[in-house]
Design a protein around this ligand. Structure first.
Ligand code: MSP
Length: 490
């Protein structure tokens, strides 16, 4: 692989950016930063953005007393600011209301029509505006949408249908051959089982929804918001002259929208004669202190607030360290605070302690450009890499990251990082260079030099996860001027 294209979902612009959105975006950013190191900046395309059409947004605009376009324009900066506060370095910020996108979406829909994958039909169904989709009777609880706790509305319309049913076999074949990878494995199995039960055609236009891309050749309808949204991944490559990045290498999202990404989206691409994304990966869902995150419960975590309080890096660390990517998990402000202390005690103290002894004993540091394998023999504790099955395989910090990141094992890389730091602590406690210095300054200097070099390695491994911290560490290791990495909080 010499270039990579990574995406997050485009988030509904009327949602207030919350920690769930941040989770996907941080994960994508860590990957993008790693690949930028590995492949070069210009070979990474990392796309995020906002989803701005559809009944839900039109409804919210009306409530706010604004024209839809003005309404969405006013909201986009909330996402951009949140991502800035979390140190997200996206390549482009996509908006479904950019005119080039609308035109490309129409072209694509026309293409599906020309190839015989679109048909006009009468349709009656229960539509949930919250989900922006038709629900089946069997999905309702007490007649209501279980996710949005509102009654879906009966809609009878003539709509255009995408003939998804025709594509089931081709899609299965692509999944089973591995051409289209779906992860994690358990979710892939669920998707495959469901496809095997047969696929229903999907309505891809709305007569009742004004705020959307006009259906080509029929002014009375707009294109269903999900079709418009999914196409962002493809239209972006054309709009930003990134054609060579197509097809996407990795679509990241939570499990709530895996079906759209693993079934409807690839089926659209097969029908349109485009290459399929290589991998679609759904991570789990967050609860907050064990409860579903919701406005009504008032437990929504604002990423800006926690970034302000703990710093972007500690939030990034906390999110990805808390539970394995792909599983469901729980987060809370208290848990972020605990992770902050873990960083302060584990990384911050070690750096301060080491640098102050280096200064006190006037150690001449000598950079060694350590490899993790050197680190093993150095600490005389051949545990971590061996236990992880990495011994001998990792010759550089990039190889440590390579062992975890392509598999999306963010937590594994972070556990290892902190383990290396804690082994340095143990090493210092065992060798006691402060005592050694009284009788043998050279030997004390040697020990401190060892730890110094492991810290350089740690700073490198930390870089994609905690870019600011990594930079601060490197600067302090350069200047030998210790400063708290994670200062005590009030
Ligand atoms: N606009 C659509 C996506 C279109 S993509 C072509 C949409 N937007 S959304 O704003 O609802 O964002 C959904 C995504 O937000 C999830 O897939 C996930 O990435 C993130 N999360 C939202 N809530 C979350 C949790 N509680 N936990 C983890 N991630 C969550 O769906």
């Amino acid at each position: 692989m010499n270039k990579i294209y990574i995406t997050t979902p485009i988030y509904y612009v009327n949602d207030v950016p919350h920690i769930g959105h941040a989770y996907t975006t941080v994960a994508a950013d860590v990957l993008a930063r790693y690949y930028k190191k590995r492949l070069g900046e210009e070979n990474v395309f990392f796309l995020t953005g906002t989803d701005e059409h559809g009944a839900k947004i039109a409804e919210a605009a009306t409530k706010a007393g604004k024209e839809p376009k003005q309404f969405v324009d006013d909201l986009v900066p909330r996402f951009q600011e949140a991502w800035k506060n979390l140190n997200i370095e996206y390549s482009e910020f996509f908006r479904t209301t950019i005119p080039q996108h609308e035109k490309l979406v129409q072209d694509f829909v026309l293409r599906l029509k020309d190839k015989g994958y679109i048909e006009k039909r009468r349709y009656e169904g229960l539509y949930c505006v919250g989900c922006e989709r038709f629900l089946k009777e069997s999905e309702l609880i007490d007649g209501m949408c279980p996710d949005h706790k509102r009654k879906p509305v009966l809609q009878t319309e003539e709509n255009y249908f995408f003939l998804l049913s025709k594509l089931a076999n081709q899609l299965l074949e692509k999944i089973e051959s591995g051409e289209l990878q779906i992860g994690p494995e358990t979710r892939k199995n669920e998707v495959v089982a469901k496809i095997k039960l047969g696929l229903e055609d999907v309505s891809i236009s709305r007569a009742a929804v004004e705020w959307g891309v006009r259906f080509p050749g029929d002014e009375s309808q707009t294109i269903y918001v999900w079709i418009d949204a999914l196409l962002n991944y493809w239209t972006a490559t054309k709009i930003y002259n990134k054609e060579s990045f197509w097809p996407a290498d990795l679509h990241l999202m939570a499990k709530d929208i895996l079906w759209f990404h693993a079934v409807i989206w690839p089926a659209m691409l097969i029908a349109g004669g485009e290459e399929l994304p290589r991998k679609v990966f759904a991570h789990g869902f967050f609860t907050i202190n064990g409860q579903k995150m919701s406005k009504s419960l008032g437990n929504v975590i604002d990423p800006n607030e926690v970034a302000d309080r703990f710093g972007a890096d500690a939030v990034r660390y906390a999110l990805l360290r808390e539970f394995p990517f792909g599983e469901d998990g729980d987060i809370s402000v208290e848990k972020i605070a605990v992770r902050y202390s873990e960083l302060a005690n584990g990384l911050g103290n070690l750096l301060q302690r080491t640098l102050s002894m280096i200064n006190r004993f006037q150690v001449q540091v000598e950079k060694k450009n350590l490899s993790p394998n050197d680190y093993i023999s150095l600490a005389k504790k051949p545990v971590s890499f061996k236990e992880l099955g990495l011994e001998g395989k990792v010759g550089s910090h990039l190889e440590v990251l390579e062992a975890f990141l392509p598999e999306l094992m963010f937590d594994g890389a972070l556990v290892l990082l902190m383990k290396i730091a804690s082994e340095c602590d143990d090493y210092l406690s065992k060798k006691e260079p402060w005592k050694m210095a009284k009788t043998n300054l050279d030997a004390a200097g040697q020990v401190l030099n060892d730890v110094y070099n492991v810290l350089l390695l740690v700073a490198d491994i930390a870089e994609p996860f905690m870019p600011e911290t990594s930079e601060k560490m490197k600067k302090q290791l350069e200047t030998l001027q210790p400063e708290p990495l994670f200062p005590r909080l009030d």
